[in-house]
Design a protein around this ligand. Structure first.
Ligand SMILES: Cc1cc2nc3c(=O)[nH]c(=O)nc-3n(C[C@H](O)[C@H](O)[C@H](O)COP(=O)(O)OP(=O)(O)OC[C@H]3O[C@@H](n4cnc5c(N)ncnc54)[C@H](O)[C@@H]3O)c2cc1C
Length: 403
């Protein structure tokens, strides 16, 4: 008989794990707290590990990417206090293998894998459902589930529970312990949303960086979609930042900068945006990602945070890796979970460490850090742009010759 797994969370990690498990011959059932599948989301920068995992999970053909065409001189700009712009090193300024997407693009591709679409049988998904209690017995794990719509609670047995319910995972809290034991406070906030239109005088696909000590805003241009805004600031007092309306908190964080045209436009866009993310930034660090028949994946296990720009790639890779480990150890769950962790941990640890360095790039901690960062980035930009301009010229010549 096929083994049955409960996957908690219909995000990138949960869907990747469910597809991975199904490929390993398991029967996954996904429960999701929200009443329906979310769409949209913020800008996501995908590395080749994430794209490889999308291919491994068999959904690469469904992934819509939105990389703007690169042009000589680049399409990214830093803007100073007086509104003067200078070419900058953009996130996508690299030879190849990187993708610009919305979070919803990744989830839509995975959803094709979940609903079948010729890839396999559909995975059962129960919306508005959460686990309330998880009890492990000799031969399985019993979960008390609650249907938010009806208020009904029922018990169900599984061979494995996969916690893929994000940074503040309820599975982690129920089985491993309180958030304080695992969530490191990075004393920073994030606000992200889709803009209705680009900042005036910039091309639709341009990216714009306004970076000051302790606060920064990035506008990410896309090829076929209005840009996305990503704002971050450092703060000592996280609880206070949740005290009032989030838009007021963001405005207060950027006070004194409202006269700068880019800042003014982005803050006005935030007021108009139908939805935005506003949250504190943490990193999740756990000595073990599994115990008995419960395993964690994605932000629940190792949230690297937004500065790493590796969260979605690692969630995809984690879900795929869990499936591979279960397929390789069909009769030994403990060995499968150990193999999953041993194989993945060095990569996760490396990415978690590099997030601190990346944080300085996104939001410098001080004026000297900002100056040093901009000198280093300018040197890198010159080298990278020279190489990309040469590639661009060569490919233009080739396509000209072909015509
Ligand atoms: C602003 C921002 C920008 C980012 N940029 C990048 C980037 O450029 N590149 C990158 O790779 N990553 C980026 N990330 C990180 C990336 O989005 C996450 O790492 C990734 O989405 C994590 O996926 P997840 O499935 O683990 O968690 P989540 O996306 O948090 O999904 C968890 C799911 O579980 C559900 N859930 C929660 N609790 C319960 C419960 N009790 N019962 C049932 N369901 C539950 C939630 O509703 C949700 O659907 C960014 C993140 C943010 C916030």
């Amino acid at each position: 008989m096929q083994k049955k797994a409960l996957v908690v969370g219909l995000g990138i990690a949960g869907m990747s794990a469910a597809i991975g498990l199904r490929r390993a011959g398991w029967t996954p059932v996904i429960v999701e707290r929200a009443p329906e599948r979310r769409t949209g989301g913020y800008f996501i920068f995908m590395f080749h590990e994430g794209l490889q995992a999308v291919a491994d999970l068999g959904v690469a053909d469904h992934l819509h990417t939105r990389n703007p065409d690169w042009r000589p001189g680049g399409n990214s700009w830093t803007v100073d206090r007086r509104g003067r712009r200078k070419p900058a090193l953009g996130l996508l300024d690299a030879p190849s293998g990187l993708a610009a997407v919305l979070r919803g693009d990744i989830e839509a591709a995975l959803w094709q894998g979940i609903t079948g679409d010729g890839i396999g049988d559909a995975v059962e998904v129960r919306f508005a459902t959460t686990p309330v209690e998880i009890t492990e017995g000799a031969g399985g794990v019993q979960v008390l589930l609650e249907d938010a719509g009806t208020g009904k609670r029922y018990r169900e047995d599984f061979d494995l529970v996969v916690g893929a319910d994000g940074m503040r995972s309820s599975v982690r809290q129920m089985v491993f312990g309180p958030n304080e034991d695992y969530m490191a406070n990075w004393k920073s906030m994030i606000c992200a949303f889709q803009m209705k239109e680009q900042v005036p005088s910039y091309e639709a696909s341009d990216s714009i960086i306004v970076s000051r000590p302790k606060r920064a805003m990035w506008v990410f241009g896309l090829s076929d979609h209005a840009p996305c805004a990503w704002l971050t600031f450092r703060t000592e007092d996280i609880p206070d930042r949740f005290a009032g309306p989030s838009i007021e908190q963001v405005r207060a964080a950027f006070s004194g900068m409202e006269d700068e045209p880019v800042v003014r436009h982005v803050l006005a866009s935030l007021e108009e945006a139908p939805e935005h993310v506003f949250d504190s930034i943490h990193q999740v660090k756990m000595p073990r990602w599994s115990t008995g028949r419960v395993v964690l994946v994605g932000d629940a296990a190792w949230c690297m945070n937004t500065y790493s720009a590796m969260g979605s790639s690692s969630s995809l890779r984690g879900g795929a890796a869990l499936g591979v480990a279960l397929a390789e150890h069909p009769d030994d769950l403990a060995a499968a979970l150990a193999a999953y962790e041993t194989g993945l941990r060095p990569y996760i640890t490396k990415q978690q460490r590099s997030a601190r360095v990346k944080q300085q790039r996104f939001v410098p901690s001080s004026r000297p850090a900002q100056v040093l960062g901009s000198v280093v980035l300018e040197l890198i930009r010159k080298v990278v742009h020279r190489r990309m301009t040469a590639e661009y010229t060569a490919s233009s010549a080739l396509s000209g010759a072909a015509r």
